[in-house]
Every structure is written in structure tokens, then in C-alpha cells.
Design a binder for this molecule. Sequence first.
Ligand SMILES: [Zn+2]
Length: 266
Amino acid sequence: MDDQARHTSRKRMRDSSNMLIDVHCHLTAPEFEGRIREIIEKSVEAGVEAIITSGLGYDDGLKALEISDYRLVYPSIGVSPYILEGYERVIDLIRRESKKIVAIGEIGLDYWYVKDDEGRAEQRRVFREFIELSRELDLPIVIHSRSAGKYALEILFEMRAERVIMHAFDGAAKYAVKAVERGYMFSIPPSIARSQQKRNLVKRIPLENLLLESDSPALSPIAGQINYPWNIMISAEWISKIKRISVEKVIDVTGGNAVEIFDLKL
Ligand SMILES: [Zn+2]
């Protein structure tokens, strides 16, 4: 199929279906051990049509590949910015499996966990390596930027990164707006139910730049509870309320955004 044909068929697919897509979660997390199949089944029952699961580190990256069926579950591989030991092996794994993964991520900066200058400098150095890798392999990147939104964006802008998904962005909306100008996407977790910052973000970012993510088992709508992929409906409902549009429209546009940026062959 040539590019034009692929583009047309993807567009037709997007127009004809409402796709509820969880663009970022961790099905291989210890909290879900022994329950992955059950959680995927329950997600499907709840209407979730695709899940991108992110493996963090080498072993978890392999697990993410293993559980992906490329029908419902798609893999992404990255590292926790605060656990960088052995990250070189993760780079090797991504290179080796680059045709099988839909994104590199999460990667990025975490200034909440790491407060010392040396540790933060190391994070920035590794972050740049991963951005370079994404360019080389032409893969989208999912960015973790806890308490470091501004700094992560600075590096991404400076390196002219494209195909960027800012996941659970906790920075100020004014920085997010600059990222939107460059076509960056923002995925909204169910913790929007307890976050004024996330609601402000949704207010300022156009629907065309929004995605739905659960980040499960983290970022549940209720603090301290285990989160699940189907809770992306809560994100969709909040976006609908804030933007005064129907939930169907939110699902339709964010689903289309996800298919496009991750180039999902659903
Ligand atoms: Zn995550």
C-alpha cells in the first residue's frame, strides 16, 4: 500500500468507528501479576479497543513484547528516569525489536524523585540518547516529566523532537501550549478527577492534541487505589465536561489521534 492509500484507509477507519484507546499503561506491573488476561478481557467488555502497554527496563520490556497480541495490546519500551542502571541494554532491545514496538517510552525526567544536580544531569544525558534513538528509528516517544515538565520540553524543543506524547504532564499550561504549537500530544489520565492542574491543561489544549491514558496501575481517579485501563472513560468524561462536547466526540477524536501518532494498524 502506498502512503496515500494507507492514509485514506486509516482515515476511513477512524471516521467509521469510535475507538477508545488507552495509549499508556503498565499491564506487566507487579500489581497485575496473574491477572493480565482478566484485565484485558474486562477492558474489552468496557469498550476499550486498544491498549499500549509500556515495559520499563529490559526484563519488563521483554514481558511487554510477550503479552502483546497486536490486536488489542501493543508494546512500548522505555525506562523509569530514576532507574537508569543498565539502560544501554534497553537501547539494544529497542533497536532489536524496533519493528515490533509502537513507541519508545516512557522516557524523560523525574525531578520529584531525583533532587541532586548530578542525578538530574545524568537523566538529561540519557533522555537525549533516547530522543536521538527515536529519530534514528522513526518511532514516537512517550515522555515522563514529573516535576520537570518545563525542562523536558526545553530539551525536546532544542532537539527538534517530533511525534511526542507528553504523558500525565504535571507542568504549567503555558508550557503545554508551546508544545501544542509543535504538534505535541498530551495524554490525560483518570487522576484528572482529583487534579485541578489536569483540568486546566485540558481547558487550554485543543482536542486535536489530546489522548486518553490510564497509566494503570498508577494515577487512579481515587488516590491510593489501583487503576485499570477502562478508567480512561473517566478521562473522556472529564474532557467532555470541560470542553462541553459529547463523550462520543472525545472518544472519536482522541482515538483518531492515537491511531495517527502511533501509526496503529488496527
Ligand atoms: Zn507510566
